[in-house]
Design a binder for this molecule. Structure first.
Ligand code: CP
Length: 325
C-alpha cells in the first residue's frame, strides 16, 4: 500500500503497521552498530524535513530531529514564533511555500483539519506529531513496546485508564488494526469519540480482537497485559486541571489496579507524567514499567515512518533487507 501522509492512524492498515514495526526494530538494531562505527543510513540523503510545533514537546520534537539526522537527512525545527503562521499567514499559504523548500513536514498542531489543509497545500508528506484528535506516532511506539514485551498482539489486551483523548483514540485505532484487544476505562463525560470507537470496533472485528469502553477501571484492568495512562489535563486544558483532578482520582494507575492485571503485565505512559496524580510513583518507577523504553521507541518508530513517507521505502523493506520482518 502507498501511504502519502500520516495524518490519522487509519492512514495505515494493520499489515502496514506491523511492517513499520519490523522496520523500526531493524533501525533500532542498526543504530547500535552506527554508534560503534557502522555505516550511516542514507535513506533521507539530500532531503530536508521541517518540524513545526505549535504546542510544546520534548519527546516528539527531539526524537524527530534526531531521527531525520540519523537517516542522513536535514531536520529543520520551527516553532509558530519562527513563522508568519504565528502572525496570521494562512495554513494553506504556509503549506504551499514550505512544499517548495522541503521534502516533508512533521507537524504538532490543534485540529486535524489544519494538518489536512497543510498536506493538501504543500504537496509533500505530512506527519501528525499530535493533534487534538490523534497521536499516531505515539501509538506506533506503544505497539512496538508491547510487541517487544510479548512477541505478538494476538490474545493480548491493553487497558488504557483515563481521559478518552488523542492518545486513547490512536491506541484504539492502531491496537484494533493489529489484533490487540483494547479496553478504555474513563470517567463519565470523558469517553473517547464515538466515531473513533465505532471505527476501532469494526477494525477489531476484522482482526479478531475486541474493543471495550467502560467507566469501570477495576473490571477493565482484570487480567490485562498492558496498563496505560496519560495526564488528566492535556495541553490547552490547564484551566480544567483542578476540576479534572477530582473527577479522575478514582482512575489513578496505582498498585491496586496493577494487582488486577496479568502476572506478566507491563505499565506504559506516553509521558510527561505527574507522579501521584494519574499514576503512582511506585508504579511509574516500578519493575513493570516500560515507559523509558516506550519513549525511546518513539525514535525508532518515527524513523520507520520517515523512511516510508519521505524516503520512499515500502513498509517492511528495511527489515526485509536485513533478512527480518
Ligand atoms: N508523548 C509525547 O508526545 O511527548 P512530548 O509532548 O514531549 O512530545
Amino acid at each position: 500500500m502507498t501511504v502519502r501522509s500520516l495524518i490519522s492512524t487509519t492512514d495505515l492498515s494493520g499489515p502496514d503497521i506491523v511492517a513499520l514495526l519490523d522496520d523500526a526494530a531493524t533501525l533500532r538494531a542498526q543504530r547500535s552498530a552506527l554508534t560503534s562505527g557502522g555505516p550511516a543510513p542514507t535513506l533521507l540523503a539530500g532531503r530536508t524535513v521541517a518540524l513545526i510545533f505549535e504546542k510544546p514537546s520534548t519527546r516528539t520534537r527531539v526524537s524527530f530531529e534526531v531521527g531525520v539526522a540519523e537517516l542522513g537527512g536535514r531536520p529543520l525545527p520551527l516553532s509558530s514564533a519562527d513563522l508568519q503562521l504565528g502572525r496570521g499567514e494562512t495554513v494553506a499559504d504556509t503549506g504551499a511555500v514550505l512544499g517548495r523548500y522541503v521534502q516533508g513536514l512533521v507537524v504538532r498542531t490543534f485540529a486535524q483539519a489544519r494538518l489536512e489543509e497543510l498536506a493538501s497545500a504543500s504537496g509533500v508528506p505530512v506527519i501528525n506529531a499530535l493533534t487534538d484528535e490523534e497521536h499516531p506516532c505515539q501509538a506506533l511506539a506503544d505497539l512496538l513496546t508491547v510487541r517487544d514485551a510479548f512477541g505478538t498482539f494476538a490474545g493480548r489486551t491493553l487497558t488504557y485508564v483515563g481521559d478518552g483523548n488523542n492518545v486513547a483514540h490512536s491506541l484504539l485505532l492502531a491496537g484494533a488494526a493489529v489484533g490487540l484487544g483494547v479496553r478504555i476505562a474513563h470517567p463519565d463525560g470523558y469517553a473517547p469519540d464515538a466515531a473513533v470507537v465505532a471505527r476501532a470496533r469494526a477494525l477489531a472485528e476484522a482482526h479478531g480482537s475486541e474493543v471495550t469502553v467502560t467507566t469501570d477501571a477495576a473490571a477493565a484492568a482484570e487480567g490485562t497485559h498492558v496498563l496505560y495512562t496519560d495526564v488528566w489535563a492535556s495541553m490547552g486544558q490547564e484551566a480544567e486541571q483542578a476540576a479534572r483532578a477530582a473527577v479522575f482520582a478514582p482512575y489513578t494507575l496505582d498498585g491496586a489496579l496493577v494487582a488486577r492485571a496479568a502476572d506478566d503485565a507491563i505499565v506504559l505512559h506516553c509521558l510527561p507524567a505527574h507522579r501521584g496524580e494519574e499514576i503512582a510513583a511506585d508504579v511509574l518507577d516500578g519493575p513493570r514499567s516500560r515507559v523509558f523504553d516506550q519513549a525511546e521507541n518513539r525514535l525508532h518508530a518515527q524513523k520507520a515512518v520517515l523512511a516510508m513517507l519521505v524516503g520512499g521505502s515500502q513498509p517492511g523493506a528495511i527489515a526485509a533487507a536485513e533478512g527480518g520482518g
